[in-house]
Ligand binder design. Sequence first.
Ligand code: NDP
Length: 286
Amino acid sequence: MGWPVEHSLSPRLHSYWLKQYGLDGSYEKLAVKPDDLLNELKTLKTKGFGGVNLTVPHKEAALGIVDYMDDLVKRVGAVNTIVVRPDGKLEGRNTDVYGFAENLRQGGYKSDQRAVAVLGAGGAARAIIVALQDMGVGKIHMINRTFEKAQELAQEFSTMEQSHFLPADEPAEEAIKHIHHVTPYKWGDKDALQNVSLLVNATSLGLKGQPPLEIDLGALPKDATVTDIVYAPLETELLKKAKARGHKTIDGLGMLLYQAQPAFEAFFGKKPEVTKELRAHIEASL
Ligand code: NDP
């Protein structure tokens, strides 16, 4: 379900797996206007649907509609997968977090003590922050055109830990340590790229039809990995530029493929494989 939904590659992806595993089922595109979301979700069971994936602009709105949601959904603040339970109740999940993390793992990225720089503070960035934190990344540099949004996310996703074992005469501020630190940076601030192990583009810049992402990579450490969640085109200008500077790069198509894996399993009861053949099948339609 999306508005618009015509561009979605998910039906192609799920239909490939349904055919591959000989499963009796289908995965349809549903163009749903924001005002119709509540009604469309509440009538899923009567229409014979076992679940649904949500795309723009429904991921946040669904939070207020689903009957159940897990902690991950609450942390991200977005639902991208809904499972319809036998009694018709709706269970909200978020598989974008897994999709992003698994794409990085398959691409060979390993986090270290250094920070990660994330460009963009929209819906996708929220799932990316949670994924990075769960991968053990302690410091995130959040860079966004609208600085206030970077500040908001930094506040929301920084978590602190109070030490209970400090001597009574220790100053109070010493007793608090950040376990997850998200620092907001202004768009174009080169300091944000210093001493990071990974740079993520989570803006829509570079997408077909959108302006290119113009960024000076000069401050980025030579051994840093660069990933883009934009996958159309597959090799974005950012990835081209990073490759030319000798950085390891990971494209964004994997995130789409891996987020679909747990969703397909939830809908159809079979954990599907992300193979080279599947990738080629989806690439052919980009
Ligand atoms: P949102 O609309 O929620 O966020 C867009 C972000 O891009 C904001 O941070 C916005 O900044 C920034 N941005 C937009 N235009 C410009 C510009 N001209 N200059 C600087 N920054 C800009 O979108 P999403 O977070 O949902 O998605 C972002 C991209 O990620 C999309 O292209 C989407 O297709 C892709 N995506 C890929 C996925 C995958 O599976 N690979 C999954 C989900 C998304 P500001 O706050 O200043 O407006």
